[in-house]
Structures are given as C-alpha cells and as structure tokens.
Design a protein around this ligand. Sequence first.
Ligand code: 5AD
Ligand code: SF4
Length: 460
Amino acid sequence: MNKILFHLKTFGCQMNVYDSSRIVELLSGCGMEATEDECNADIVILNTCYIREKASAKIFSELGRIKKLYLNAKKNVPVFAIIGCVAKAEGDNIFKRAPYVSIVLSSQKYHLLPELLKKALEEKNTILNEQEDGEKKKKTKLSHLINTELSGLEKFDCLPTVKTSDSVAFVQVQEGCDKFCTYCVVPNTRGREVSRNEQSILDEVENLQNLGAVEINLLGQNVDCYDSLDKDGNKSNLAKLIKKIAKFENVKRIRYTTSYPSEFFDEMIELHKTEPKLMPLVYLPIQSGSNEVLHKMNRRYTREQYLDLIKKLKSANPDIQISSDFIVGFPNETEEDFEQTLDIVKQVKFIQCYAFKYSPRPNTVAAKMDGQIDLKIKSDRLKRLQTELRKHQDAFNKSCVGKVMNVLFTDVSKTDSEYILGKNEYLQPVIVKAGAELIGTIKNVKIESASYANLKGEIV
Ligand code: 5AD
Ligand code: SF4
C-alpha cells in the first residue's frame, strides 16, 4: 500500500517552525510521509500565524488556492488541517469560512493529529466510495474535528523522541506569555507562561547532540522567564539550564530567544562573561524608543532601563551585539515619539532587526484605543526606520571585513556547488569556497568582503 503523504506548510515564528519539525517526526512515526509537493498529498496541514492581520488573512487565501489546485488537476481534495495560532483564535469560524477543512487544533494540541487524521481519512474514503457508487444522496458528511484548548505542555509527554537533527537544532523550553502587551495576540493564542521540565530538556539536548547537533537554540516566548525544577527538585532558571547544556561536549554553541528586557537577570549577564559557548548576540525586542508609547504598549521598562541593560551586557562582554523588533504607528504615536525610536537605533546600533507597521488585532486593548494612525503615516515611518536600521546593519557587516570569525557550516550553495554557507556568531550568513565535507563543522574564517546580505571569506 502506498504511504499516506502529508504536505505541511509553516507560517510565522521560530516556535511554529519548531512545532512543525516535531509534527513531521510525529506523523512519520505513524507511517506517513512528508512531501514538498503541495498538489500531490493526501493531507495538507497549515501551521498558522495570527500575529498581524496580513499573516492571518493569508491562511484563508492559501486554503482556497490549494483546494483549487486539486480541483483543476481533477484530483481528490486532500484532508485539510489548520493548526497553530489562527486555529486557536478563529476556532469554529474556520469551518464556516472553509467547510472543507476537517481539523482545527491549537498549537498545544497538535499531538492529537495522528488520531484525528486517521478519522478524517477514513471518512474521506467513505465519502469517495459513496460517490463512486453513484448514490444520489450523500450519506456521510465531513466531520469537523476541533480542539483549541490551551493545556500547557502536555504535548511533550505524547511526542516521540526526535530521530534526526541538523547541526543547528531548536529546543522549546517555555511557551506562552503573561505580559499582555496591549497590541499582542500571543497570550490568547499560546496561553499563559509554562516551562518545560528541566530534565526533559536536557534529555532532548543529549539526544540532539548524539544526532549531530552542534548548535542548540533554546526557544520560548519569554525565554528569560524559564522557571522549572531540576531532577533533585531544586529551582532552575535559564542561566542554570544553559550552564548544564554547555557541559555537553558536542554542543559548541548555545543561543536563546526571545528575551523580554525587564526580565533579563544578572545571572544571565554574568553568563555572557563566563560561558564561551553562549553566542554574543542578544535578541532583545524594544518595540519603541518612546517611554509614552512603551507605557501604552504595557511594555514594563523605559528606554533608559533598556539602554542601561545594554550597557551592562556590553561591559560583561564587549563582543555582544543586539538585535530587536520594532512596531511603528502604534495608536497615538507622534512624530516626536517616532523620532525617539530613530534615536535609540542610532544609540544602540542594532545589527539585525524586524520592523513592523502596527496591526490592530481582535480582542487586544490597543485595537480599541482612540488615535489609530493613518496607514500612510505608518508606511512612511516604517520606511524611515528601515533606512536607519539598514545603515547600522551595513556598517556592522563592513566592520567584519579583515576579522577572523567563527562559522558553523550548514549548506552547500544552491547557485555554485563549490561554495558552502554557514552562520557566524552573529547569525550573519558567511560564504566560503570549500567542500561539502565541512558541513556540520565550525571553522575560523577570515572575512574578505561584505554586502548587506552576506559576508564572504576564506577558512584560516
Ligand atoms: N502589530 C505589529 N507587530 C506586532 N508584533 C506583535 N504584535 C503585533 C501587532 N499587533 C511584533 C512585535 C513582536 C513580533 C514577534 O511581532 O514586534 O516582537
Ligand atoms: Fe506578545 Fe508582549 Fe508576550 Fe511578546 S511579551 S509575546 S509581544 S504579549
């Protein structure tokens, strides 16, 4: 019998990418096979993002587009499953807008996929058989299977052990958010903050290093709030966890994301001084440089506190660089507020950033605020911010020329197989002329040239 093929498409953040990798392992373990071909699958799963309007609107157009591909090719429409943040936020509504969808699951319930997919596939076969039999009245109606509960981290008890790993591996340590920034849907779509048991994380890391992982990325919506117990029942935190992970010999690099500025604690700052495996790039979303706007966003720090934290980090380790997220055009943001954001960019000289136009989201406080900003002003501010951000990223890239940097190679170049690609300490893409046998290894590279997109160099 042919294997059941599933096509999984992922939208949104690193957490969704991680969830998707676990889903691929989960379904592969149940005798199904992943396919890149979106038009030749028995099952199509969309792992969705709700953070901005554009991202969530895309899901319904994607559904329609993929369904049409099958109809145009005169193939049976696959079983559709919508999982992740849109599933949680839209729930039943998805079935109203797209009745051909069979399964809707929140990101904390995707371990139920095998069971629900089995049911949906069986039902689909019954419907197809009935149609073949030429029965005038269809007997079986497509069921709508839904579970959008948020149940903490029980999914980890149900997932199989990871069986393959790239040299860069991700491990979820914490999920959810209690911060309630007034613009953000995450506390509603991912639920309250919960931390994974320390030993289960260490077991996963050990397994990943045995499978070839050399870089471990610890993931959490508020990763600095990681709060659990170790195997002896003592309190653990992110710094203690990282120290234990650093003891694994094959793990050469450790990163963590995402940090919340006022949760960043001294033990972590100290660790950036003492732990060489901890990469010197800190992803610290500031969102705005204006105290007024930060207050309205319910961000629990001021620009002064943010700058002070960066000073402390850089005095602990002068090699540290900062990346960040920004939102422009938050309700009531004035030109002066926006200039405060530009000013903080000039001061911190962030090396990589994401900047977004504020997008009003359902059931958030900010969406109901007076003083919503005109789209034209948002677009203009975004452009000006991106120009300023780019200047600093460019300058940092150029400052790397002549330096010897540490690169973990991960891929052969798609355009020229004589070249391989990797990332340095600061996640900048680096290209060198070398053979594929170096994939998965870390080498010192002398940087010879820099563009906005990447660095080129030679192994020394
Ligand atoms: N509009 C625009 N950007 C948003 N983000 C979160 N919610 C919104 C919103 N409603 C951005 C923040 C966050 C990143 C993941 O997405 O900058 O750090
Ligand atoms: Fe959203 Fe704020 Fe929580 Fe980040 S800290 S996930 S922006 S509510």
